[in-house]
Design a protein around this ligand. Structure first.
Ligand code: FES
Length: 88
């Protein structure tokens, strides 16, 4: 069964470790240990965590808005500026 990585709204990438074995590595392939006893891990997507690659909740404090949210806001603004058109 494939492991699903859930992209949380304006938050981290979440991996449910109960789905199967997950191996986390750095850019060189060095294994990054997953803390014992965890049933899931959240990987930082905002870049502000001091526990990278893990999320430490900083995204909430800094008001992180993910790219897809920013795109939705831009699409809404474009529609408001030009009603009846579809943003590219
Ligand atoms: S996504 Fe949570 S600290 Fe970056």
């Amino acid at each position: 069964m494939p492991v699903t990585i859930k992209v949380r709204l304006d938050g981290p990438y979440f991996i449910d470790l109960t789905q199967g074995e997950v191996v986390l590595t750095d850019h060189d392939g060095t294994v990054i240990p997953i803390p014992e006893g965890k049933t899931g891990i959240a990987l930082c997507r905002c870049g502000a965590s001091i526990k990278k690659p893990f999320c430490d909740g900083t995204h909430s404090r800094i008001g992180f808005r993910a790219g897809e949210a920013a795109q939705r806001a831009a699409d809404l603004a474009a529609r408001a500026a030009a009603p009846g058109t579809t943003p590219a």
